[in-house]
Design a protein around this ligand. Structure first.
Ligand code: GAR
Length: 208
C-alpha cells in the first residue's frame, strides 16, 4: 500500500479526508507521518504521537535549516508520496529537489489562475465564471508545477470568498483522494509539463 507523508499547517480537513478514505477501503494507503510548521495545527492530532512531527519555524529562523530538519523527518518515514495539504509555508529549493517527482500540493484555484494566497477572493474579483482546485507536482516556483487533476465549480452571483471556499472544500477532498488512489494503482509521473500514467502521456490535466 502507498506510504503517504502529509505536510499540513492548519485544520487538516484534507488529511481527514485521506484518513477516512483509507479507513473505508477506498484508498490503499497508509499515512506514515504528519509534518507541520505549526505545533498547534489541528491536523497533528489526527494521527498518533509516533507519526507526528512539528517544529515552530520561527524557532530555527533560517528557512534552509527548517527545511533540512523537516526533510530528514519526512525521509525517515520512508514515504512514496509527500502531500502538501494546507501546508502554508513555502518549501525551499533543497527540500523540493530532495523529494521532487513525488511531492504534490493541493491548491484552491484552477491553476494556472490565481497562484498564491486569497484565491477565492481573487477569483471573485476577477469575475471568474468558474472556480476550482488543482493537485499539482511541486517545483521551486510557487504553485507552478505540472497539474495532475482539477475540479471545477460554477461561481454564483451572490458568492463571497467564504461561500466559495465552503462549496469547494468537499470537492477538494474528493480530488485529493482520487489523485492518491490513482498513484496507488498506476505509476504517476511528470515529464516536461505532461502527466504520465504508467509511462503514457496524459495531454490535459484530469478533470474530476
Ligand atoms: C485547503 O483549501 C487547501 O486547498 C488550501 O488550504 C486549505 C487547507 O485546508 N491550501 C492552500 O491554500 C495552499 N497554498 P485543510 O487544512 O482543512 O486541509
Amino acid at each position: 500500500s502507498l506510504r503517504i507523508a502529509v505536510l499540513a499547517s492548519g485544520r487538516g480537513s484534507n488529511l481527514r479526508a485521506i484518513l477516512d478514505a483509507i479507513a473505508d477501503g477506498r484508498l490503499d494507503a497508509q499515512v506514515v507521518g504528519v509534518f507541520s510548521d505549526k505545533p498547534a495545527a489541528a491536523a497533528l492530532e489526527m494521527v498518533d504521537a509516533g507519526r507526528r512531527w512539528a517544529m515552530d519555524a520561527r524557532a530555527l529562523g533560517d528557512r534552509a535549516a527548517f527545511d533540512a530538519a523537516m526533510g530528514d523527518a519526512v525521509a525517515a518515514s520512508a514515504p512514496d508520496w509527500i502531500v502538501c495539504a494546507g501546508y502554508m509555508r513555502i518549501l525551499g529549493p533543497a527540500f523540493v529537489a530532495r523529494f521532487r517527482g513525488r511531492l504534490i500540493n493541493i491548491h484552491p484555484s484552477l491553476l494556472p489562475r490565481h497562484r498564491g494566497l486569497h484565491t477565492h477572493a481573487r477569483a471573485l474579483q476577477a469575475g471568474d465564471a468558474e472556480h476550482g482546485a488543482s493537485v499539482h507536482f511541486v517545483i521551486p516556483e510557487l504553485d507552478a508545477g505540472t497539474v495532475i487533476a482539477q475540479v471545477r465549480l460554477p461561481v454564483r452571483q451572490d458568492d463571497t470568498p467564504d461561500t466559495l471556499a465552503e462549496r469547494l472544500l468537499p470537492l477538494e477532498h474528493r480530488l485529493l483522494c482520487a489523485v492518491l488512489a490513482l498513484a496507488a494503482h498506476a505509476a504517476l509521473s511528470e515529464q516536461d509539463g505532461t502527466v504520465l500514467l504508467d509511462g503514457q502521456a496524459v495531454f490535459k490535466p484530469l478533470l474530476l
